[in-house]
Design a protein. Sequence first.
Lengths: 114, 113
Amino acid sequence: AQKVTQAQTEISVVEKEDVTLDCVYETRDTTYYLFWYKQPPSGELVFLIRRNSFDEQNEISGRYSWNFQKSTSSFNFTITASQVVDSAVYFCALSMRGAQKLVFGQGTRLTINP
Amino acid sequence: DAGVIQSPRHEVTEMGQEVTLRCKPISGHDYLFWYRQTMMRGLELLIYFNNNVPIDDSGMPEDRFSAKMPNASFSTLKIQPSEPRDSAVYFCASSLAAYETQYFGPGTRLLVL
């Protein structure tokens, strides 16, 4: 079975702090894809990153960085120097070869306080 | 470039009424997905199409739900008759090809009274 677990239901930090959102996934497939999406208060789902299972390189995009570790089945997301505009619900998702659907975690609600 | 377009953005209806949600995918995208988001179940796939053909509808809750894609630029999700437990946000998403990133529309917030 495929499953994504985001154990942190809610996180609250003060602006400029660094924050890491955890994502642990389960799959028996050797080929799979991992995603992060952001859902701001306005409700839309915004794509942030896609990673395939053969690419374990970490990625940095501005204040955002992602750490993919197959050994621990984790795909964690770090925001450096957080800003109030980062406040949103963040979803980690998984899709497998042979199945197009995205399996989403339950999401982590991140609140950045000024 | 225009993203995925959904209409209406909000729908309030009474139990028993027919509801039709609409979606226009990103031009050139071969895959179209319908998801539902609820507090209890989170985000779950209802159905997806490839080149206008339904491929997997195993997530459709029951016969009251139906989806069509008459052409590459338009899809509908219909609920008939609607029930209060259908209240949710319904998202449409599209992707260029298999296993590529799915881009989501703004969603339709449905409330069935």
